[in-house]
Ligand binder design. Structure first.
Ligand SMILES: O=P(O)(O)OC[C@H]1O[C@H](OP(=O)(O)OP(=O)(O)O)[C@H](O)[C@@H]1O
Ligand SMILES: O=c1cc[nH]c(=O)[nH]1
Ligand SMILES: [Mg+2]
Length: 213
């Protein structure tokens, strides 16, 4: 099942960079660059229908009607791994604000545990772009979506690089209005709730903090 609001990028550049990202031999320096490149491609796609307004612009030659963004856009990286996607999104949308949320998964239960929340209580953004390269069980994203709904955001868009089908189905079922943009959907999770085939632990690979195996 793939819901109406799930968008899977189908592009040769996405496939090419994803293959290097998955490769266990890819070093953190290159891994970071690949996360950034893929985040930019996903970011372009995820903003295709963002609200716009007409403005009159004076060129050196004449006046002409142009379009500009017409929405308060919040970039919401999920620590840690989501940090790797912030710079390319800010490159695309320099006027966006960045609100950090910190979560980690309990290793035994795979349940998300919140440890940092920088979201304000009021003045919700019009659009929230949630950044997290991995959507596995979907538990972390569901916590984030609930928090953004409490803030008052109505247009929530999740940008992930790889989603596992079970987690994607769960989020799409529980939050049918949330739009989800991914570069790939992998079929399953292993006994530790890691995505299969996946790419391992995205946060550890971005920040070069390998855990003992
Ligand atoms: O869909 P879920 O099952 O909730 O799993 C996905 C979450 O797991 C990873 O974070 P992790 O706990 O490894 O934290 P980190 O980014 O600090 O490494 C990933 O970046 C997501 O936030
Ligand atoms: O496969 C997975 C699952 C959760 N988090 C990751 O970084 N990778
Ligand atoms: Mg991690």
């Amino acid at each position: 099942m793939t819901a109406n609001h799930v968008f899977i990028l189908d592009h040769p550049l996405v496939s090419h960079h994803l293959s290097a990202l998955r490769d266990r031999a890819t070093r953190p320096c290159e891994f970071r660059a690949l996360v950034s490149r893929l985040a930019m491609l996903i970011g372009v796609h995820a903003t295709e229908d963002i609200p716009m307004r007409e403005v009159e612009v004076q060129t050196p030659i004449t006046t002409t009607m142009c379009e500009q963004l017409n929405a308060e856009i919040a970039i919401v990286p999920v620590l840690r791994a989501g940090l790797g996607m912030v710079d390319p999104l800010l490159e695309l949308i320099p006027d966006a604000s960045v609100w950090h949320l910190g979560l980690y998964r309990n290793e035994e239960t795979a349940e998300p545990v919140g440890y940092y929340d920088k979201l304000p209580r009021s003045n919700a953004a019009d659009v929230a772009l949630v950044l997290d390269p991995m959507l596995a069980t979907g538990g972390s994203i569901e916590l984030v979506v609930r928090r953004l709904q409490r803030w008052g955001v109505s247009d929530i868009r999740v940008l992930s690089i790889i989603a596992a089908q079970p987690g994607l189905d769960r989020v799409a079922r529980d939050f049918p209005d949330v739009k989800i943009y991914v570069a790939a959907v992998d079929p399953s999770l292993n006994e530790n709730a890691f995505i299969v085939p996946g790419l391992g632990d995205a946060g550890d690979r971005i920040f070069d903090t390998p855990q003992s195996e």
